[in-house]
Every structure is written in structure tokens, then in C-alpha cells.
Design a protein around this ligand. Structure first.
Ligand code: ZN
Length: 268
């Protein structure tokens, strides 16, 4: 019986992969070639590495002028929309929400330990996580008395988080012009098509002394992090160069790559 279920699950996953690979290759409007560096706009690009995911080659290029690494060809804006709506969860599905929630709690504890030296008391602090998944990271801060809100596209994750008491919405315009003391972006920036506009938009919900914590896949996990959904492959240096344009005070950035910024330098 177990063997039969295992076989059915295997065939189901294989079918998903085949369907996805055919869609990926056959819909030209869903694929785009990136002809110049998204960071410095230089045209001097070379092939960096490639890896298969779900029968699709994920190819990375590196800019020879600034070393920035990114995926090309990759899903276009339209392709990404379709991918997140229909394929992403199916391809990377981990059905056990409780188990994932526990993993998020551990991650949240790790983030808390890193942020604690800069915010000693979280009571009544307003915290926004963008891409908040099942709400586990926010739960850690809520338990310390913080006033937390999440934004999450995936409806199943959103419903789960709301059941756990984590107030989760879909997009920015539902935030009622609130400003937040701390913004959390956990493994989000590498997915965002236009990270410049995205970071610009985030500054709109921050005060001058607000902090932003950003985590992206680190150097040690580079190989594992290569996937269709990851458009950009940051190093601490490239992430810093990008963040420095929007936030003026880098409190830390490490090899994992976790970074904490204050929007404006404080001169106390
Ligand atoms: Zn470049």
C-alpha cells in the first residue's frame, strides 16, 4: 500500500514537472532574456553556471563590470505571475503546514537574536513582514508583545497564519498608510522582478529610525539556492551596494547573508 502511494506521488510529481517544462519552453511570452546587468546596466555578461530544476535549465549570468549574478533567460513578469499562481507551490510543495510553521519559529528566533542588540524591547513595536508565509517568524515577535502584520500572496498560507492569530493581508494598499518600526524580508528579495521599485515602496512604510532586516540565500548555500524562482544571486557586497541606495545606515551584513539597516543614520 505504502509502495503504491509512493509510486502515485512519484508519478504525480513527474507529471507536474513535465507539464511545467513544456509550458516553460513553449510559451515565448513567459520567458525573457536579460541583455544588460540589472545592477549596473553594463552589457559585458558571461555565463556563470547552470543547473536543472524540474527538467528546466536554470542559467546564471555574471556581469563582468560589477560581478552581479542573475538568472537569464528567466520567467518574464507575466511568466512569474503565472508561475506563482499555478506552479510554484505545486513544484516546491511541502504539505505539512505545522512542520513548516515550526521551522519558521526557529528562523524567527535566529532573526530575533540578531536584531535584539538594536531593539531591546519589542513591546508595542510595529513589525511588518513581507512574504510572511505561515506567520511563524512574526509569531516569535508577537509573543514579545510586538504589534505584527504580514503580507502574503499565497491564500493557504494566509489562512493558516490568520488562524494562528497572525494578522496577514495580501498587499501594501491594505496597510492603511501605517509606518513600521521594523520590516522583515526573509528570502524575498531574490524573487522580486524589480527590486529597485520594491525597496523604494518599502521606504514609504518606514520612519527615519525604522529598521529593515533582509535575509537572502548565503554563500554557503549558493548551489542549493539555484532555482527558477530565484532571479538574483546576491553576495554580501552586491546586497550592500543595492541597499545602500535606499537605507543609509548599515548596522550589519554577514556571510549568511543577513543584513540589518536603519533607514537614516542617527546622530545621537
Ligand atoms: Zn553589472
Amino acid at each position: 500500500m505504502m509502495l503504491k502511494n509512493g509510486l502515485i506521488m512519484f508519478l504525480d510529481r513527474l507529471m507536474n514537472k513535465l507539464i511545467f517544462a513544456s509550458k516553460f519552453y513553449l510559451k515565448p511570452g513567459h520567458i525573457t532574456q536579460i541583455k544588460s546587468c540589472p545592477y549596473c546596466h553594463g552589457n559585458n555578461l558571461k555565463n556563470y553556471t547552470k543547473k536543472r530544476e524540474a527538467l528546466v535549465w536554470v542559467s546564471l549570468k555574471q556581469c563582468q563590470d560589477c560581478d552581479f549574478i542573475f538568472q537569464s533567460p528567466r520567467l518574464s513578469e507575466r511568466g512569474l505571475e503565472q508561475y506563482y499562481k499555478k506552479d510554484y507551490r505545486k513544484m516546491r510543495r511541502v504539505p505539512d503546514f505545522e512542520n513548516n510553521f515550526s521551522r519558521e519559529l526557529r528562523k524567527g528566533q535566529n532573526y530575533l537574536n540578531q536584531i535584539h542588540p538594536y531593539i531591546s524591547d519589542f513591546k508595542n513595536k510595529k513589525i511588518l513582514e513581507i512574504g510572511s508565509a505561515r506567520g511563524g517568524i512574526l509569531k516569535v515577535f508577537k509573543d514579545l508583545g510586538a504589534d505584527v502584520e504580514g503580507l502574503e500572496w499565497d491564500i493557504a498560507c494566509r489562512e493558516f497564519a490568520n488562524k494562528k492569530g497572525i494578522n496577514t493581508k495580501v498587499q501594501f494598499n491594505e496597510l492603511n498608510n501605517s509606518k513600521f518600526d521594523l520590516i522583515i524580508l526573509s528570502h524575498v528579495l531574490e524573487h522580486v522582478d524589480d527590486y529597485s521599485s520594491f525597496l523604494e515602496e518599502i521606504t514609504g512604510v518606514m520612519n527615519d529610525d525604522s529598521l529593515i532586516f533582509i535575509s537572502v540565500p548565503g554563500r554557503k548555500t549558493f548551489e542549493r539556492s539555484i532555482q527558477i524562482a530565484h532571479l538574483y544571486y546576491f553576495t554580501p557586497e552586491s546586497l550592500k551596494a543595492i541597499c545602500d541606495k535606499y537605507f543609509s545606515d548599515c548596522l550589519f551584513i554577514n556571510d549568511n547573508i543577513d543584513a540589518l539597516y536603519r533607514r537614516e543614520k542617527s546622530f545621537e
